[in-house]
Design a binder for this molecule. Sequence first.
Ligand code: FES
Ligand SMILES: [Fe+2]
Length: 362
Amino acid sequence: MSEIDLQDKKANVSARGVHGLPARWYWERDIYQAERRQIFAREWQLVGPASDLPNPGDYTAAEVAGYRFFVIRDRDGSLRGFHNVCPHRASQLLDDGHGHCGVLRCRYHGWVFDTAGNLKRAPDFGEADWFRKEDHGLMPIRVETWRGLMFANFDAGAPPLVDSLGSLPETVKDYPIETFTKVRQAEFEMHCNWKNYTDNFVEGYHIPGIHPSFHALIDFSKFETTHGDALVIMTAPQKGGSIYGGLWLWGWPNFTLSVYPGGMNCSRIVPVAENRTRLVYSFFFRDISASAQELNERTIETNCDIVREDFGICERSQANLEAGIFQRGPLSPKHEVGVLYFHDRVRQAMAREGIVEGDWMR
Ligand code: FES
Ligand SMILES: [Fe+2]
């Protein structure tokens, strides 16, 4: 994908300033369906650490915006990805989450596939001279890894992962992220559009009002938000005792990575419907010994508390975005450059289907 010309913000700049996306983009079904096609069907998706799948037959199954997929360690040791869709009559093959299987057996009519996606048996199908097993394997998707993290893409023509990661590799080059061990995964559901939560993640403007205990641990007057290519970067100096290293990253279109002195966390922002979003967090630490366990647990709990604080406020905004009074609001040049960058990427994706904001100031 070509980089947006960030100097050209004509689409967002009116005589009255720089504005966020229109409210209806946060709840309209047609917008959500266009996002599925133009964003989630074609951009790389963070799946999780490859260390989740150490052995042949280990898999992780997930979804994003209604696309169900899984990544599995094949017998030859390679990682393979497939749509989680049986080619017989479309049943879902694997339940979401991590697991292990020698072969994949669809529970609907019992078709069996190997870990390379080949149909091995179609039991009791009957005689049919037109039916060839080799024509009915699982539908593959692309899987690549970067520094121990797996990503998947449904678009065979998408650019390589490393090109799509933009500024991320350079930004974290000094952090030994592949040496950290994943210790926990946590999921959260919230009633808001995925962009509503993303807007919240890519700005620190709300920290004093929504996260008072977190605010006490950072020098908020020096909180900075910048963006690179496909990346929003937030930093803040730490006060004594903070568990955070003060580097929070968001990558287009829907993953986050936060690095702190003894570990990191990453999350997938998963659209479930136009007004529902799931967050899937993974927590990693450098030291996973028994003596570090208490501190690690506290770090996880603190992070989860902050996430819950964000949910509450995002759900309140969502209700008003849907109510029809609010149209759209101005973005702070000091704090909301990340929101503007994210919105520009969404605008660019929607423009591919001819969807533009129109004359909102009537
Ligand atoms: S849908 Fe999977 S075997 Fe029929
Ligand atoms: Fe927050």
